[in-house]
Ligand binder design. Structure first.
Ligand code: NAP
Length: 472
C-alpha cells in the first residue's frame, strides 16, 4: 500500500488544501494499493505561484547545469527502475515482461537525449540585421493520461527542463503513483524548489484550473480528444500555448505483395500490447481482398496464441484493462460491432471464465468491418482489432485516411521502397514501415483530431521555446 498524503509544491511535501483522497486500485486483483490527495484550485494556485517564482532563476541557469539535473534524474530512474516498473504494473496492469522495457527503460532513453539537446537553447542565429534567440516559454502545466504514464510525463518534463521552463504536473487519477515516485527522485537530485510541482486530483477541477490559469504560459495535454477540446477552450481566454496529444484510430496497410504472416502477426501484437490501451494502436488492419481469407486465419491463430493473464506472470502478453470503467466501455463497443454487422472472429465481450477477479477482457478480432462503422471510426481503447478488406491500393490509401484521427499508421509491403511510397500518402504524424521500431529521437504527434503537438527529439524541445528577434 502506497499512501501519499501530501503534494510536492515549492520543493517540499505539503498537505493538500483539497479534502480527501483518491484510491488507486490494482486492476488485476481489484485491491486498493494506494491513495493520493485530492488537490483543488487552491493547490493549483500554490503550485503555479511556486513555478512562477522559480522561473526566472531556472531560465537563467546555464543549460549545462540544467543538463546535469536531467542526467541526475536519469541516474535516479535507472537505480530505481525495478521499483518504478513494479509500481506501473500494479497501477496499470501491464505485464511485467513489457513494463520495464516499454514503460521505464524506453522513457529513460528518451529523457537522456535532452542532456545533449539542452545546449540548443544557447544557439543564436543571425538573419539579416537580427539575432534570433531561444528562450523558455515559461510556466507549463502538464495534464496526463494513465496508459503510458511515465512515458507521457518524461516526454514533457525532459524538454521543459532542458528549455528552462518550470512545471506543474497533474497525473491521471487512475495511475498517479508513478508521478509521486518521480517527485521523490526530483527531491533527491536537489532540483531547485518550484521547478517541478505535483498536484493530484480530478481533471475537471485540477486540470481545468491549470488550463484556465492566467499565469500558466503553456498547457501540454495528453488524453482523449474530448477532454483535449475542453482544455483548449479553457485555455483560450488567456491565449496560452496549447499542445494537444490526443486519440487515434490508426491503420496498418498491408500490401498484396507483403509477407502476410509477418505483417499480420505484427499488427495483432501491436494492438494487443497493453491490452489495446495505446494511443498509436494499429486498430484498423487493411487487407487485400485477394488474400483476405488467408489473413483472417493468420490473425485468429496469432490472437489466440497471445496469453491473457496475471501481469506478474512473465508469460502473460496481455493483462487486465486498467479500470472497470474502461472495460465497460470496450464491452459496449464489442456489442456495437456485432449490432453493426461485423463478424466476431475471436474474443468477445464476456468476461473470461478463468479469472475470479480483475478487469480482464479477451483479445477480440472483428472481420468484415466496413470502415464507416463506429467500431472503425471511433477510438475503442481496448484489445479490439478491425480487419477491413480493400479492392486495390488506391482504395486502401483512401480507407486509411478516412478517419477523424491521424496519430499513427503503418505499412507492410514487399519492399521498403513500395512501403515508403505508400507511407508518404498517409495523413498521420508517423508511419512504421515493415515493422520499423519506435524512435525517441524522432518527433511524435498527430494530424487532424489526434492533436497539434510534437513530443520527443528536437521538435519536442521546440514546443517549450519562445523565439526572440533582436534587431541590430
Ligand atoms: P482523458 O480522460 O482525456 O484524461 C486525460 C487527463 O485529462 C487526465 O489526467 C484527466 O483527469 C484530465 N482531464 C479530464 N477532463 C479534463 C478537463 N475537463 N480539464 C482538464 N483536464 C481534464 O484520457 P485518458 O482516459 O486518461 O487516456 C486515454 C486517452 O489518451 C486516449 O484517447 C488515448 O488515445 C489518449 N492518449 C494519447 C496519446 C498521444 O500521445 N497522442 C498518448 C497516450 C494517450 P482524471 O484524472 O480526472 O481522469
Amino acid at each position: 500500500m502506497r499512501k501519499q498524503d501530501s503534494l510536492f509544491i515549492a520543493g517540499a511535501w505539503v498537505n493538500a488544501c483539497g479534502a480527501g483522497c483518491a484510491t488507486v486500485t490494482n486492476p488485476g486483483t481489484e485491491e486498493v494499493i494506494g491513495q493520493v490527495p485530492l488537490g483543488d484550485e487552491r493547490d493549483v494556485e500554490r503550485a503555479v505561484t511556486a513555478a512562477r517564482q522559480a522561473f526566472a532563476g531556472w531560465a537563467a541557469t546555464p543549460s549545462s547545469v540544467r543538463a546535469g539535473y536531467i542526467r541526475a534524474l536519469a541516474e535516479q530512474l535507472k537505480a530505481r527502475a525495478d521499483e518504478m516498473a513494479s509500481l506501473i504494473t500494479a497501477e496499470l496492469g501491464m505485464p511485467v515482461q513489457w513494463c520495464r522495457a516499454v514503460q521505464v527503460e524506453g522513457p529513460i532513453a528518451g529523457l537522456e537525449q535532452y542532456i545533449h539537446l539542452a545546449a540548443l537553447m544557447d544557439e543564436v542565429h543571425e538573419v539579416g540585421n537580427s539575432l534570433v534567440l531561444r528562450e523558455p516559454v515559461g510556466v507549463c502545466a502538464f495534464i496526463n493520461p494513465w496508459n503510458y504514464p511515465l512515458h507521457q510525463l518524461l516526454g514533457k518534463l525532459a524538454p521543459a527542463l532542458a528549455a528552462g521552463c518550470t512545471v506543474v504536473v497533474k497525473p491521471s487519477q487512475e495511475t498517479p503513483l508513478h508521478a509521486f515516485l518521480l517527485a521523490e527522485m526530483i527531491e533527491a537530485i536537489g532540483l531547485p524548489a518550484g521547478v517541478f510541482n505535483l498536484v493530484s486530483g480530478p481533471g475537471a477541477k485540477v486540470g481545468e484550473a491549470l488550463a484556465k490559469h492566467p499565469d500558466v504560459d503553456m498547457v501540454s495535454f495528453t488524453g482523449s480528444t474530448d477532454a483535449g477540446v475542453r482544455v483548449a477552450q479553457a485555455a483560450a481566454p488567456s491565449v496560452k500555448r496549447v499542445c494537444l496529444e490526443l486519440g487515434g484510430k490508426s491503420p496498418l496497410l498491408i500490401g498484396a505483395d507483403a509477407d502476410l504472416a509477418a505483417a499480420v502477426r505484427y499488427g495483432v501484437q501491436d494492438v494487443m500490447i497493453n491490452s489495446g490501451q495505446t494511443c498509436t494502436a494499429l486498430t484498423r488492419m487493411l487487407l487485400p481482398a485477394s488474400r483476405y481469407a488467408e489473413a483472417l486465419e493468420l490473425a485468429r491463430a496469432e490472437c489466440e496464441s497471445l496469453r491473457l493473464g496475471d501481469p506478474l506472470d512473465p508469460q502473460s502478453f496481455l493483462g487486465p484493462m486498467c479500470s472497470a470503467a474502461q472495460r465497460r466501455t470496450v464491452r459496449e463497443y464489442i456489442q456495437i460491432g456485432r449490432q453493426e454487422g461485423a463478424r466476431l472472429l475471436c474474443g468477445g465481450a464476456e468476461a473470461p471464465s478463468e479469472f475470479e477477479r480483475g478487469y480482464y477482457l479477451k483479445p477480440t478480432l472483428f472481420a468484415d468491418v466496413d470502415n464507416r462503422m463506429r467500431i472503425a471510426q471511433e477510438e475503442i481503447f481496448g484489445p479490439v482489432l478491425c480487419l477491413i478488406p480493400y479492392a486495390d491500393e488506391a482504395q486502401a490509401v483512401q480507407l486509411a485516411n478516412d478517419s477523424p484521427f491521424g496519430l499513427s499508421s503503418a505499412v507492410w509491403a514487399g519492399s521498403s521502397e513500395r512501403a515508403l511510397s505508400l507511407a508518404r500518402q498517409l495523413r498521420a504524424g508517423q508511419c512504421f514501415i515493415n515493422g520499423g521500431a519506435f524512435n525517441y529521437l524522432a518527433p511524435f504527434g498527430g494530424y487532424k483530431q489526434s492533436g497539434n503537438g510534437r513530443e520527443w527529439g528536437e521538435e519536442g524541445l521546440a514546443e517549450f521555446v519562445e523565439v526572440k528577434a533582436i534587431q541590430l
